[in-house]
Design a protein around this ligand. Structure first.
Ligand SMILES: [Ca+2]
Ligand SMILES: [Ca+2]
Length: 186
């Protein structure tokens, strides 16, 4: 009973629950379920907690064409391997929804750019970010200079890396920063 909502995969009650734990409306959730069902093909019909593997997610332009698509998946993957179930997927889209608080966005964005997961954005993380943004032009970009400039602005304790507190402070006072780290998905 009650499975007319959520394409028969989720009950009306479950969809209502998702509206309370995300920044998404019922309509948006239903729309996203249709999208997710395309990613999960027929498997999700047998198991509504089916996890779409990272490799499959990256075949879709929303992730594959994003220079940080794989990081996005890994950051929101509740198992940490880059695979997403529908709840992970909703959490990902919800976080970048205009209604989500900036603090929440910044928290996830920080994790995305901390490629080596050591809790700090260091020179190697900045280099990787620039490499992904400029691609083949990487060699011609004065990477070292960009690292030094970025660190000078954001490394408040002069200890080298950019901590989450420093990253947050930089985002708060610099609107361009927010523009750079803006991510549009779905
Ligand atoms: Ca790091
Ligand atoms: Ca620091």
């Amino acid at each position: 009973m009650g499975t007319i909502f959520g394409k028969g995969l989720y009950t009306r009650k479950e969809i209502t629950e998702y509206t309370t734990i995300t920044y998404l409306t019922r309509n948006e959730i239903e729309h996203l379920l249709v999208k997710f069902m395309k990613l999960a093909s027929s498997q999700i019909k047998a198991d509504n907690q089916y996890r779409v593997p990272l490799g499959v997610l990256m075949e879709y332009p929303e992730f594959g064409a994003n220079p940080f698509g794989d990081r996005l998946c890994k950051t929101f993957s509740s198992t940490g391997d880059g695979s997403l179930d529908f709840e992970d997927f909703l959490n990902c889209v919800s976080t970048f929804n205009f209604k989500a608080p900036m603090d929440t966005k910044i928290e996830y964005i920080f994790q995305m750019y901390d490629f080596d997961n050591d809790g700090e954005i260091g020179d190697d993380d900045i280099k990787e970010t620039i490499r992904r943004l400029v691609g083949e032009r990487f060699e011609y970009t004065p990477v070292e200079e960009i690292c030094i400039a970025l660190n000078k602005q954001t490394d408040l304790d002069s200890a080298g890396g950019i901590s989450f507190t420093e990253f947050k402070a930089a985002c708060a006072k610099n609107l361009d920063f927010q523009e750079i780290f803006k991510i549009n998905i779905f």
